[in-house]
Design a protein around this ligand. Structure first.
Ligand code: HAM
Length: 414
């Protein structure tokens, strides 16, 4: 009888094949971030609720309606982390990392939790990988983190990616701008959707995200902050752009770019992918110069991003789904099994992925099984001590020197 239990809504099991694809991705990320000197950090899956209320912001959708919040047995309010930046900043302060050489450069990955309406690419438990560069306001840091994500997506071969770039200016500039934006929205209240109208004074920036025609018409003539950047904010944005131009990173300036978290100042960015449907943002982030102060530390500028692991995998489609094996060692007769095992072990020691039949299958079903697990090459050990090498793609088969099988396999792989 089928089990009556299912994974909770918006969650999923990661079965072995998917786990392999993830591991490849996680290794690539650790490699790309590590080469730039970003060190790994891990923080707990839950934190004091107050950390996210203060860090992410009370007016955001995340805090207003998406947090998994519960009371523990001691009556404390805890929340499953909806994002990683507030936690990493909490850890930075808790462990006195402001005393280290700045900036402190960290990367992380793990599960995050948001009570959203599930759909393709949107889950209640999802996984992010992210980096935070804390302790410098240099535009070099903005450009560096943007390039880290661009490089990772490039290295993985994610197709159809576009980088969108915007700037929110400093908190003060943003505050003045928001007043003007609210005035614009109030002046056209009649044309706005109900949802936008109700949130004019809570979160006017979200109006840029609306997809109803009325609101879009109003937003087409709305002031944008990018066109009003002044002084150091304008210089900072120009410097980030110049660095990306110099490095040959393509982007589009999006004056209507908004992000669902309150802590951003100055640079914001978003990598979208045209293979992804409605949830098209693969990753994004920006500068958050006020957050650490907001959490009780000294003013400390910082910048970072997070990308959704499931969305990267979806964008890659089958390209990561069938990772396969380098080799499968098959036998024509049962008495060759010991030899097959010794050979598989040697191949593994030489760094290849290799399997052999553990279930006593006939040669025909061994080949079928090799195909099922995605083996690229099958070594067939014959009873007389000879060996055949079969290329699974072409079906081509040839005799190989049985005394030299490991070299044959590793040499052929290079
Ligand atoms: P975020 O834009 O809220 O930013 O999330 C980053 C990425 O996580 C998104 O681009 C998306 O790929 C993925 N994501 C978010 N929600 C879901 C979901 N429900 N299901 C699947 N994937 C999802 C942040 O979290 C910031 N902490 C990023 C940051 C780091 N800013 C500065 N430093």
């Amino acid at each position: 009888m089928a089990s009556k239990f299912q994974a909770p809504r918006g969650t999923f099991d990661i079965l072995p094949e998917a786990a392999r694809a993830r591991r490849r991705l996680e290794r690539a990320a650790a490699e790309v971030f590590g080469r730039a000197g970003y060190e790994p950090i891990a923080t707990p899956a839950f934190e004091d609720t107050d950390l996210f209320e203060r860090g992410v912001g009370k007016s955001t959708d995340i805090v207003r309606k998406e947090m998994f919040t519960f009371e523990d047995k001691g009556g404390r309010s805890l929340t499953l982390r909806p994002e990683g930046t507030a936690s990493v900043c909490r850890a930075y302060l808790e462990h006195g990392m402001q005393k280290l050489a700045q900036p402190v450069k960290l990367h992380y990955l793990g599960p995050f939790f948001r009570h959203e309406r599930p759909q393709a690419g949107r889950y209640r438990q999802f996984h992010q990988l992210g980096v935070e560069c804390i302790g410098t306001d240099s535009p070099l840091a903005d450009a560096e983190v943007i390039m880290l994500l661009a490089d990772l997506l490039g290295e993985l071969g994610v197709p159809g990616v576009e980088l969108r770039l915007g700037s929110l200016g400093s908190f003060e500039a943003r505050r003045a701008y928001l007043e003007d934006l609210k005035a614009h929205l109030h002046a056209h209240e009649g044309d706005l959707s109900r949802d936008v109208r109700e949130r004019i004074d809570i979160n006017p920036l979200r109006a840029f995200d609306a997809d109803d025609e009325g609101t879009r018409g109003v937003m087409a003539s709305a002031p944008t902050i990018v066109e009003r950047l002044e002084g150091e904010d304008a210089e900072h944005f120009a410097a980030v752009r110049a660095l990306l131009d110099g490095a040959g990173v393509a982007y589009v300036i999006d004056p209507t770019l908004v992000r669902g978290l309150d802590y951003y100042t100055r640079t914001i960015f978003s990598f979208v992918c045209d293979r992804l449907g409605a949830q098209s943002e693969i990753g994004g982030g920006g500068r958050y110069d006020g957050l650490i102060e907001q959490l009780g530390g000294a003013p400390t500028p910082a910048v970072g991003f997070a990308a959704g692991i499931e969305r990267i995998l979806l964008a890659l489609d089958e390209e990561v789904a069938g990772e396969g094996r380098d080799a499968f060692v098959a036998v024509t007769e049962p008495d060759q099994r010991q030899r097959a095992m010794a050979l598989a072990v040697q191949l593994r020691r030489a760094g290849l992925s290799a399997e052999l039949d553990l279930a006593g299958r006939s040669l025909k079903s061994q080949l079928k099984h090799a195909n099922r697990i995605g083996a690229r090459r099958v070594l067939i050990l014959e009873a007389d001590g000879s060996a055949q090498l079969r290329e699974m793609d072409s079906g081509e088969q040839r005799a190989v020197d049985p005394g030299n099988l490991v070299d044959e396999m590793t040499g052929g792989e290079a």
